[in-house]
Design a protein around this ligand. Structure first.
Ligand SMILES: [Fe+2]
Length: 327
């Protein structure tokens, strides 16, 4: 394999999604590569006319010139470069979708008192991704509460939000209770590092039991990443909260009638279920929805809009609205 640019191998990233280019570039540079980017196949052709690249990462779906057309037009010019075609997220720009949802929330005639973000705040858990998320969330005027999902890095998350005092750096789980709103908010960290599925350890369960026992009359929302209910979507049910976690959490919640809702993420679809004496709401994704399937692979649904839940509390009932945000 050839080496160039002061011994570093060179990579060209061709992708029309600015966020994907930025993220791949940051990750690859940190891994020691020299990285250039291009926003479509045409720009990529010009780039390989000027430089030799050891690797070319190329999106398939792009305006002006797509990945397959780039490959055909490049012909022998790709030379000894290793070309990797990418298609997993098609034309979905998750960053732009989240930004759109945030603008939508800020434009509501009555803004919510708080924003809960139920995990998978990034795709790779890098400081660069959390930095971009900070910029996005910085435009909100209400308090924001974060918990990690399986795509997050607990340590990097806590380090990236040092002003969130409840996210304790070095903690083996980011669990916390917020008592400054009409409803008590309890964030539960269900992440198992390196695994897609979730779990609740005995220390988390003891912590939750003690918090709920301390304020039995205070209406409470528990928010966490992995749902404790079977959704019927087999590929996601296989990586939901594990059986022991479901059993432990259901026993705790059954003892505390003040838990008005368990709010989750992870599935990228809008799902509600009665669960014992409470209800579970799985929030649709502000980034992109997953294609509905009861048995197939997880696949982004390019045709569905980003969305979020708005929970309305009147002191007695908690009504949940699903808000879709057109692109
Ligand atoms: Fe997830």
């Amino acid at each position: 394999m050839m080496e160039s640019d002061n011994g570093r191998q060179k990579i060209l990233v061709i992708d029309d999604e600015a966020n994907m280019c930025h993220m791949l570039s940051a990750v690859l540079k940190r891994a020691g590569y020299s990285v250039d980017t291009a926003t479509d196949g045409q720009a990529g052709l010009q780039q390989i006319g000027r430089e030799h690249y050891d690797f070319i990462l190329c999106d398939i779906k792009m305006p002006v010139m797509g990945g397959m057309d780039f490959l055909r037009a490049a012909g022998a010019r790709v030379g000894q470069s290793t070309v990797i075609m990418m298609s997993a997220y098609g034309s979905i720009d998750a960053y732009a979708n989240v930004a759109r949802c945030i603008r939508h929330i800020m434009a509501l005639e009555r803004r919510p008192d708080a924003l809960l973000v139920s995990g998978d705040l990034t795709h790779y858990g890098t400081h660069e991704e959390y930095g971009r998320l900070r910029e996005l969330l910085g435009t909100l005027t209400m308090p924001v509460y974060l918990i990690p999902g399986n795509h997050d890095d607990r340590g990097n998350l806590a380090e990236s939000f040092p002003d969130h005092a409840h996210l304790q750096r070095g903690a083996d789980a980011l669990c916390y209770a917020i008592d400054m709103h009409p409803m008590r908010l309890i964030g539960l960290d269900t992440v198992v590092p390196g695994a897609e599925g979730g779990a609740l350890g005995s220390r988390q369960c003891e912590w939750l039991e003690s918090r709920l026992s301390a304020m039995p009359d205070q209406p409470t929302i528990i928010f966490m990443h992995h749902p404790p209910v079977e959704t019927g979507i087999r590929n996601m049910d296989e990586i939901a909260l594990d059986g022991a976690g479901v059993e432990a959490l259901s026993r705790i919640v059954a003892r505390h009638a003040q838990v008005k809702r368990v709010v989750c993420g992870h599935v990228h679809r809008d799902i509600h279920a009665l669960w014992g004496a409470t209800a579970v709401s799985v929030c649709p994704s502000a980034a992109y929805q997953a294609r509905f399937t009861l048995g197939g692979e997880f696949e982004p649904a390019a045709g569905e809009h980003p969305a979020y839940h708005l929970h309305y509390w009147n002191g007695r009932e908690l009504a949940t609205h699903t808000i879709t945000v057109p692109r």
